[in-house]
Design a protein around this ligand. Structure first.
Ligand SMILES: [Fe+2]
Ligand SMILES: [Fe+2]
Length: 191
């Protein structure tokens, strides 16, 4: 679903400050859990989605614990969260009227998951190449989970509207996602 690929030079910039990267990653996982639960709060009547989103929040929370544990093993204390211009840019695309609002919220979440999958896999591959076995295994396992999460959000969105408008919105947001990401500098963060 991603329209663009991350630049090969991204890995070096992202890993130049591991404490900053892991701190950002911890907050990404926390926000993913919070976002899933906020969808439960906004749409409790959507049967099926409450269970799927709550399970997802549970899994994202376990990712927060895993990142925190890895940082603790290295004696690192997570830093405070900083504004995420990538997510902010995508969320600005969410339309305000229902059912557009729910569809866009789910598609934006799907794109964030898909991009996270791409980036975490790049971290897994890069760390493997650098002989950092613990970090390679850590990111490899998390990358698989984020790919599955993207699928969950797509499936929840697919049932809301007919196939044609769904594909059109997916394509439009895909272009916008690539544009937003392409406009951001490479930094020691996931996005
Ligand atoms: Fe996660
Ligand atoms: Fe996720």
């Amino acid at each position: 679903m991603l329209v663009s690929s991350t630049h090969p030079r991204w890995f070096a910039a992202a890993t130049a400050d591991l404490l900053a990267l892991l701190s950002d990653h911890l907050h990404c996982e926390r926000k993913a859990a919070e976002n899933a639960l906020s969808l439960v709060r906004r749409y409790p009547h959507r049967r099926g989605s409450v269970e799927a989103l709550s399970r997802l929040a549970h899994e994202e929370t376990s990712h927060v614990i895993q990142v925190a544990a890895l940082m603790a093993r290295r004696g690192w204390v997570p830093r405070a969260d900083t504004p995420n211009l990538y997510a902010r840019g995508l969320l600005a695309e969410v339309r305000s009227r229902e059912p557009d609002r729910l569809l866009d919220s789910l598609l934006v979440a799907a794109f964030i998951e898909a991009r996270s999958h791409e980036r975490l896999q790049l971290l897994a591959d890069g760390f493997a190449g650098a002989g950092e076995a613990e970090l390679a295994a850590f990111y490899g396992a998390l990358a698989v989970a984020e790919d599955r999460h993207a699928e969950i959000f797509l499936e929840l969105g697919q049932v809301l509207v007919p196939a044609e408008p769904f594909e059109a919105r997916l394509a439009a947001l895909g272009l916008r996602e690539a544009e937003i990401l392409g406009g951001l500098p490479h930094a020691a963060r996931v996005h």
